[in-house]
Design a binder for this molecule. Structure first.
Ligand code: ATP
Ligand code: MG
Length: 553
């Protein structure tokens, strides 16, 4: 789809590894924690991990990092699977870190037996004090020199549920003066009497992230374990554990987190928006979640294209949401069916149109030779957009005005003869005449007009609700502002037009089809539609209106 691009740093590493025979094929994984729905940042990681094994021999696993029993839910697991599939990727094995709890427990015992782990009775506060600082070494815990037998006994009893939450931990015995703070005897296991969504009440000790992630990688023989930059300092511990446990040598590589402006990409923050009803749910079309983007009308192709264009970087940066919109606009221009919908109707009566009605034809998509045509009924009473008529137009106004002519898209040229007002002086309808020889496709009128308007026939039009969306936040980076990020929500992010009129073929609109409402933008049917009640979401405008707004202000 996109132009040839040079190799990113991960592709360079992998090509080197394959060339020098280090690996015959590679294994990557996408490791979400099931504590929320996936967002556009995750899409980057998905496209990267799955993209590499599409390009090179090998496969990708989907692994749920479910080591933290309080936040994880089955609903999230299901949504994550749906989203990865929808993006167009297939995983080889579906795994859960909790599948490995028995193995991880054995690994912990192995470290104890090697004299490389100990049970510490210090409280969290005591440990924090003993940890030292980046400039000061930490202090050894008084429990650090327990015997192997004592550590084994205590750890087994921790597992058997003999101690309350927080009373003991299992720590690696590394070096309390290490310059990398994460290497100062990191906690491997903590006690948490909590129900787990998969293992139930079997466990009351749970491994810490650092003692589960790398080990899960090894168990699955992941060759290239790709994570985001905040894990750079963890790499040393990742390697230490693999070395001491003598397990498969997975390697960790880091790339920059991808964030886009005017939104937040953190599951925790998105959850707040959902819980506090700032949005209607995880799949609210304003949300940067995959499910929100899907409901908004984004296509998997456009999201993959976006991820490909932003590529992989080693430094964090904010990506302009305009690029995401550009990608979807480009794709929709190629695939969307053209339709006419009037948002704010003004009645036009064609006084010299004597026929009952007539069926006209219009292209479904001028970008697609095989797109075919659709039927559009034309009759003596039409709706056009209120904003397409002006009683006293300025110069160079090419839309409808008294005495002026316009073309109705795929139909005829009409001329405005008379404006009818009600008692209050508001325009009730405009009366026009049409030029019978000006029919689109067989126009012999010899008349040239500059404006072309969309329209619908009054008696054939169907009622529709149209939902227009704007940025969810008023500022580029709401988490970088003073106070709570939610203070920067854009109060005008949703506008509902409940009395739009759509051309009749839209009666059969489906959730899968994409539409361009001519002169209006790209739209998709919403799941809240019901027979007799069409609801459309605006995906994106035809042009980058936002950039222009910003320049103006
Ligand atoms: P969040 O802060 O939203 O919860 P997370 O990093 O905690 O994000 P995980 O479920 O742990 O979420 O992420 C799964 C994978 O997706 C990880 O490998 C993580 O590094 C990656 N990832 C998460 N957010 C981004 C992002 N904004 N850009 C790129 N990759 C990301
Ligand atoms: Mg996380």
């Amino acid at each position: 789809m996109s132009e040839e691009r040079s190799l990113n740093f991960l592709e360079e590493i992998i090509e080197e590894d394959l060339k020098n025979g280090k690996y015959k094929s590679i294994v990557t994984r996408f490791p979400p924690e099931p504590n929320g729905y996936l967002h556009i940042g995750h899409a980057s990681s998905i496209c990267l991990n799955f993209g590499l094994t599409q390009k090179y021999p090998g496969y990708t696993n989907l692994r749920f990092d479910d080591t933290n029993p309080v936040t994880e839910e089955t609903e999230y697991v299901e949504s994550i699977k749906e989203d990865v599939k929808w993006l167009g990727f297939e995983w080889k094995h579906e795994r859960f870190a909790s599948d490995y709890f028995d193995t991880l427990y054995e690994y912990a015992l192995k470290l104890i037996d090697k004299g490389l782990a100990y049970v510490d009775d210090s409280t969290a506060e005591e440990m924090a004090v003993m940890k030292g600082s980046p400039t000061e070494p930490g202090k050894d815990s008084i429990y650090r020199d327990r015997t192997i037998a004592e550590n084994r006994d205590l750890f087994v009893r921790m597992k058997n549920g003999e101690y309350p939450d927080g009373s003991r931990t299992l720590r690696a015995k590394i070096d309390m003066a290490h310059i990398n703070m994460l290497m100062r005897d990191p906690i491997l296991y903590r006690i948490k009497h909590a129900h787990h969504h998969r293992t139930g009440d079997k466990w009351c000790i749970y491994p810490m992230y650092d003692f589960a992630h790398g080990q899960s990688d090894s168990i699955e023989e992941i060759t290239h374990s790709i994570c985001t930059l905040e894990f750079v300092p963890h790499r040393e511990l990742y390697d230490w554990l693999i070395e001491k446990l003598e397990i498969y040598p997975s390697r960790q590589y880091e790339f920059a987190r991808r964030n886009i402006n005017y939104t937040v990409t953190s599951k925790r923050k998105l959850l707040q928006l959902v819980n506090e009803n700032h949005v209607t749910g995880w799949d609210d079309p304003r949300m940067p979640t995959i499910s929100g983007l899907r409901r908004r009308g984004y296509t998997p192709d456009s999201i993959r294209e976006f991820c490909d264009r932003i590529g992989v970087a080693k430094r964090e940066n904010m990506v302009d949401v305009g690029l995401l919109e550009f990608c979807v606009r480009e794709h929709l221009n190629r695939i969307a069916l053209r339709r006419m919908v009037v948002f704010d109707p003004l009645k036009v009566v064609i006084t010299n149109y004597t026929g009952e009605e007539e069926i006209l034809h219009s292209e479904n998509n001028p970008e697609d030779e095989k797109g075919g045509t659709r039927e559009i009924p034309f009759s003596a009473e039409l709706y056009i957009e209120k904003e397409d008529f002006m009683e006293n137009p300025p110069k160079k106004y090419f839309r409808l005005a008294p005495g002026q002519m316009v073309r109705l898209k795929s139909a005829y040229i009409i001329k405005c003869d008379e404006v009818i007002k009600d008692a209050a002086g508001t325009i009730a309808e405009v009366r026009c005449t049409y030029i019978p020889e000006s029919k689109s496709g067989s126009d012999t009128s010899g008349i040239n007009v500059k404006g072309t308007l969309h329209w619908v026939s009054v008696k054939h039009a169907i009622n529709a609700e149209v939902r227009l969306y704007d940025r969810l936040f008023k500022v580029e980076d709401p988490t970088d502002e003073e106070g709570d990020f939610k203070e920067y929500l854009n109060p005008g992010s949703l506008e509902i037009l409940s009395t739009a009129y759509a051309e009749p073929v839209l009666k059969n609109a489906t959730l899968e089809e994409r539409y361009q409402f001519i002169r209006k933008g790209y739209f998709v049917l919403d799941k809240e539609s019901a027979p007799g009640k069409l609801v459309f979401n605006k995906t994106v405008g035809l042009k980058d209106a936002w950039a222009k707004e910003v320049k103006k202000s």
